[in-house]
Design a protein around this ligand. Sequence first.
Ligand code: GUN
Length: 162
Amino acid sequence: MTKTEALIQQLQLEAHVEGGFFRRTYESGERPLLDTAYGPRLRLTSILYLLTRTAPIGRWHLNRSDILHFYHLGEPIRYYLIDDCGQLSTHTLGPDPSQGHQLQLVVPGGVWKASHLPHGDYGLISEAVCPGFEFDDMSLGARAQLLHRFPQHAALIEQFTP
Ligand code: GUN
């Protein structure tokens, strides 16, 4: 068993629909639920999230809630964000601020996100979603739809859509 396979087992991670592996680690127990424009939501949820050499891509998707990302272990993970105006920004979540790595990355709700492990065996982070994650709040990006909306980012859209 490789170290990455062992880590997936030790952390009890499962395949995520956006790519990579995850496990939910926290759901706020506060009640009542938050009353949001899209319905009742937990106040906060959190997951562990892992990209690996054989599953190195978190495909383009968008969430209604803000997502905080926290670096834990392994190689740096590259993030590509496209906001509602089509503005692209790139960020690296990693261990070494002297290399321009961020230890923490905030992705506001409504911003398209893709992630990539460019090299190495794995990169492990946590995400905290506030208000809490619901599949109803997540849209997976369809290639044709994203190309139509953001033609200036065609190469990155093609790289991170199936
Ligand atoms: N992405 C960010 N948070 C979550 C979560 O709680 N569950 C799932 N499935 N995906 C997430």
